[in-house]
Design a protein around this ligand. Structure first.
Ligand code: NI
Ligand code: MN
Length: 230
């Protein structure tokens, strides 16, 4: 059984597994050219990496409309729950939870996290997802700087897919992202968090070419809204 991964722009992704539709950082209504409407998108589970508006995005509205479970750091979940979202799953770094589509592990990111109203969002995080159906391990790094312990993220199984920020300014830029690929050793890389606004402009195709020349990874640069088969 396969799983489809669709890039929704910025750091937003949709995972369509046989059992559930999972959104990660669904930043749509305020994004420049969102390929899907937050008023119509399906969701059973929403994973949020941190409280910044370009990641929390439309989480509250989508969760209220669909009844989706919101997964995030403890403080973020408390805030989202206070906005009237019924189903939240608070976690913290290092923890695992088994969800219907697979195991979700919350891992560290080096970044800040405040909610849109300035409330503390706890830690910024990333997620390692072991998908039941496709038996693939996927890492969404969230917003992060390069850190040496990325080498530990793949674990014994290794990473099939790594979704990593490359746009610089707020996260690691192209050179550090290349080092991240060397540490993560994934089979496939998808660059994210670039091109949305001027401070994070990047020629992703050029970065992909350099990365493929100097690492073993295959870099996939999807069009916005394009579904990849995992
Ligand atoms: Ni951020
Ligand atoms: Mn961001």
């Amino acid at each position: 059984m396969t799983t489809k991964l669709t890039w929704l722009g910025h750091s937003a992704f949709k995972l369509e597994t046989p059992s559930e539709t999972v959104l990660i950082d669904p930043f749509l209504s305020e994004a420049p050219n969102p390929p899907e409407s937050p008023d119509e998108i399906a969701a059973d589970t929403i994973l949020v990496t941190h409280g910044h508006a370009d990641h929390l995005g439309d989480t509250v509205a989508i969760a209220k409309r669909t009844g989706a479970l919101v997964v995030g750091c403890f403080e973020l979940c408390r805030w989202v729950g206070a906005q009237g979202v019924q189903r939240v799953l608070p976690m913290n770094v290092g923890g695992n939870m088994i969800l219907p589509f697979g195991n979700v592990k919350m891992v560290q990111a080096i970044h800040s996290s405040t909610m849109p109203d300035g409330a503390p969002g706890g830690l910024a995080v990333g997620y390692v997802i072991d998908l039941n159906a496709s038996e693939k391990r996927l890492y969404h790094a969230g917003d992060t700087a390069l850190f040496g312990d990325m080498a530990r993220i793949p674990g014994r199984e290794g990473l099939d897919w790594a979704l990593i920020p490359v746009g610089d300014c707020f996260t690691m830029g192209p050179e550090d992202a290349l080092d991240a690929v060397r540490l993560l050793k994934p089979h496939h890389v998808v660059p994210m968090h670039y091109g949305t606004w001027p401070p994070i402009e990047l020629d992703a195709k050029k970065w992909a070419a350099t990365t493929e020349k100097t690492t073993e990874a295959r870099v996939v640069v999807p069009e916005m809204g394009e579904a990849l088969e995992l």
